[in-house]
Ligand binder design. Structure first.
Ligand code: GLA
Length: 355
């Protein structure tokens, strides 16, 4: 149902934002480290208007769910919590936000590690920026979106997803230093394109496992007497840490080094090797992979034309990303998908967009 059918009026404005896929630099952002995401073609679009009855009304097309919130109402759950979080954060910034009608539709898959929530937050803040005609830039939007995520979903996330959704495009990689927010738009390795396949296994334990990893990294940084693990460049430094956190720190340190190497402009072959090494590190040291992701990554890695593959996002389920020879993405993803489905998992090709 469209905005008119739901709210009985036309929208006053519209905005959208993409999901993202991260090629290198996983679980580094909350360690002040480096990341290398790109935007995916799938987007979230919001349409907004001022509501006349003093209540917020949010409608999701994909969930066919309508949520109404009156003044003093407790925080909603589900998709509405992200929108409500964005409204609240703008109010805390000193802006007066009227009651709104907001209609959301999205092609970003939910629960696949492709930042559907960041896309919703960034689209919502862009929509509010336009509706209220306020002057706030794309970096500030990403920062507010991250706060909405932390405060309203309970995941102590870093800033990669919101920065990628707010600033990346589908034609480039966005290198980001998550401490200084310095960034650089760089080309894909020459002769390569991206494939993204959903493992079909929803992310379980993502919230609790994620927050636990973050706490372990903070403990490691504390024991190593640095502000954050980003301040360590030699993986050897991790070797004296207690067993439980040694491997966590090793992953973060080596992963930061992999991003910095890729930033130098390496060949597609070398970039692929870095992705393979990243997956092994996420599986063995960071322990955020699951059997379905290892199966899918293994099938991708052994396919001719694939430079490298790894799980992407927080892990615990979700999607895998591969760097493949330019022009071969569709054929490779169809071939891998056929084999993957035979192993009993309900996967789905997300990039390139195939019918
Ligand atoms: C989630 C978080 C990000 C980042 C990744 C892992 O997507 O929202 O901040 O930590 O996991 O790299």
């Amino acid at each position: 149902m469209n905005f008119q059918q739901i709210f009985g009026a036309s929208p006053e404005t519209e905005a959208s934002a993409p999901g993202r896929v991260n090629l290198l630099g996983e679980h580094t952002d909350y360690n002040d480290g480096f990341v290398l995401p790109t935007a995916i073609p799938q987007r979230t679009t919001v349409q907004l208007g001022v509501s006349k009855d003093g209540q917020h009304h949010f409608y999701s097309v994909e969930l066919d769910e309508r949520v109404s919130i009156s003044e003093g109402h407790h925080t909603p759950s589900g998709f509405a919590s992200y929108i409500f979080g964005c409204v609240r954060l703008l109010e805390r910034e000193g802006y007066t936000v009227p009651s709104i009608n907001l209609h959301v539709t999205s092609s970003v898959p939910i629960g696949s590690g492709l930042s559907s929530s960041a896309a919703l937050e960034v689209a919502t803040l862009r929509g509010l920026r336009s509706l209220l005609n306020i002057d706030i830039d794309d970096v500030r939007i990403a920062q507010l979106a991250q706060q909405a995520e932390i405060q309203y979903s309970g995941v102590q996330c870093g800033i990669m997803d919101q920065m990628a959704s707010s600033l990346a495009d589908t034609e480039h990689l966005l290198f980001l230093d998550t401490r200084s927010l310095a960034r650089q738009v760089i080309p894909f390795p020459s002769g390569a394109e991206v494939v993204v396949i959903d493992s079909g296994v929803p992310r379980t334990l993502a919230g609790s496992g994620y927050n636990q990893r973050r706490a372990e990294c903070e403990e490691a940084a504390h024991l190593l007497r640095v502000k954050a693990l980003r301040d360590i460049t030699n993986p050897q430094a991790a070797e004296d840490l207690p067993e439980s956190i040694r491997r966590r720190a090793r992953h973060v340190i080596t992963e930061d080094n992999r991003v910095l190497e890729a930033l130098q402009g390496v060949s597609a072959e070398r970039f692929g090797e870095l992705m393979n090494a990243s997956h092994a590190s996420l599986r063995d040291d960071y322990e955020v992979s699951v059997p379905a992701l290892d199966t899918l990554v293994g099938m991708l890695q052994e396919t001719p034309g694939v430079f490298g593959a790894r799980l992407t996002g927080a892990g615990f389920g979700g999607a895998c990303v591969a760097l493949v020879a330019a022009g071969k993405g569709e054929a490779i993803s169809r071939d891998v998908m056929e084999r993957y489905m035979r192993s009993g998992y309900p996967g789905r090709i997300l990039v390139p967009e195939v019918s």
